[in-house]
Design a protein around this ligand. Structure first.
Ligand SMILES: Nc1nc2c(c(=O)[nH]1)N[C@H]1C(S)=C(S)[C@@H](COP(=O)(O)O)O[C@H]1N2
Ligand SMILES: [Mo]
Length: 399
């Protein structure tokens, strides 16, 4: 018995010609690629926006107006991300045989090929990571140890950077492919002769694959959009939060999961308001005895779901005025939460100044339920849901 040689092994690896589906081709790759590129671009920009809304930099003090802005940008982010999944699958299928093109001879050609493959590897890896991590985050399943936000943000730059390199490198091929109708040309196999005509079957399959990719992307978008767009809610089977929950609003994290259930129900609960060196306290009855206001404001979760609701409570700027604080101050909001993230948030002054920003006591005309933040929670216009802190225990005004 002899050991297998390199040639023996090489014969086992398929060649691009072994993939016979005539539906593949640059015409399909380029067209699916354009739609995917647009979806990625929108997803990237809305993702960047979410990143700065979450933690507005000093030079861009994003405020409470427009009230529904984050709802729209974050809804769009998740919809375009989900629509990209069928598109990327078709795109990868379409170019898959090219993976098996044999390396060219000569060090220079080899180097160029290696660089191109590395950039495509980065693009494919980063894209799959973005879609998979986003999807798992929506499902609230965190099988990783790293910070979702920091990593999803960092890899987004790798994805968009390698996408731009990829487009630049492929521009001549893309131009040529788009210049010709989908029906024309061949399947881009290395042995195609230019005069090889596609058969009727080829045309059918090419159009079917392209149409199928677009229809699945459209369906994915439509079936997700209901979590943002009220009239699509009934068909929103992909939406993670179905819009149901106590008091007509989904619940993100329960009081029990946050380790706040017992303290929140404690009859001796008091809210602490710290201004300068002094602390004022209010029990729930005292809060309810203060002038109340009602506004229709959204909860807009980073996971893409959002919902408007009627909130009633005490205006934060009126409340801190009782302690003589300037409404142009940031406020540190601390909750009763003992487990997990998001127990503390900072309310920047542009939100404190808006009279609609409130410490809510009621939701849709009823006392706030425990899981929606009883005894009281922050509700401010145009804030990422994750910063609408529930079970508030302390407000500390920063001078
Ligand atoms: N203390 C605290 N507040 C919180 C959270 C949390 O985990 N802890 N989750 C936030 C998130 S991510 C969202 S989307 C909203 C959802 O509010 P709801 O559960 O009342 O719908 O609450 C926010 N407030
Ligand atoms: Mo959220």
């Amino acid at each position: 018995m002899r050991l297998p040689t390199v040639d023996d092994v090489e014969r086992l690896i398929p060649r691009p010609d072994d993939f016979t589906s005539r539906a593949r081709g640059t015409g399909l790759s380029a067209r699916v690629g354009i739609v995917l590129g647009v979806a990625f671009g929108i997803c990237f920009l809305t993702g960047l926006w979410s990143h700065v809304q979450y933690d507005p930099p000093g030079w861009l003090p994003i405020g409470p107006q427009p009230t529904q802005l984050y709802r729209i940008t974050q809804g769009t982010h998740v919809i375009t991300g989900i629509a990209s999944i069928p598109l990327i699958l078709v795109k990868l299928w379409s170019v898959f045989p090219r993976l098996f093109i044999r390396p060219p001879r000569g060090p220079r050609a080899l180097l160029v090929e290696a660089l191109e493959r590395a950039s495509i590897g980065a693009l494919v890896g980063a894209s799959i990571f973005m879609l998979a991590s986003g999807l798992l985050n929506i499902a609230q399943w965190y099988p990783w140890d790293f910070s979702f936000r920091a990593t999803h943000y960092a890899v987004a730059w790798v994805a968009i950077g390698s996408l731009l390199v990829h487009i630049a490198v492929k521009l001549p091929v893309i131009r040529q492919a788009l210049g010709a109708p989908l029906d024309e040309g061949t399947d881009d196999g290395p042995n195609d002769s230019p005069d090889e005509r596609p058969t009727d079957d080829d045309l059918l399959t090419r159009r079917t694959v392209l149409g199928g990719a677009l229809v699945s992307a459209g369906l994915a978008a439509l079936l997700t959009a209901g979590q943002t767009v009220p009239f699509l809610r009934k068909i929103s089977v992909f939406a993670v939060r179905d819009g149901e929950g106590p008091q007509g609003l989904p619940i993100n994290r329960t009081a029990k999961a946050a380790g706040a259930d017992e303290t929140a129900m404690d009859p001796n609960f008091v809210l602490e308001l710290i201004v300068g060196g002094t602390t004022m306290t209010f029990d729930r009855e005292q809060l309810a005895a203060l002038p109340q206001q009602t506004h229709r404001l959204p909860i807009a979760c980073v996971e893409g779901w959002s919902r408007n609701a009627e909130w009633t409570g005490v205006s934060v700027r009126d409340l801190i005025a009782l302690a003589g604080a300037d409404p142009r101050s940031d406020i540190v909001v601390r909750s009763l939460q003992t487990k997990g993230a998001f127990g503390v948030s900072v309310l920047p002054k542009q939100f404190v100044e808006d009279p609609r920003t409130m410490l809510a006591l009621e939701l849709n005309g009823e006392t706030l339920s425990l899981d929606h933040g009883y005894p009281c929670r922050i509700i401010a216009p145009n804030r990422p849901g994750v910063l609408q802190t529930k079970w508030v225990q302390q407000l500390e005004v920063r001078s």
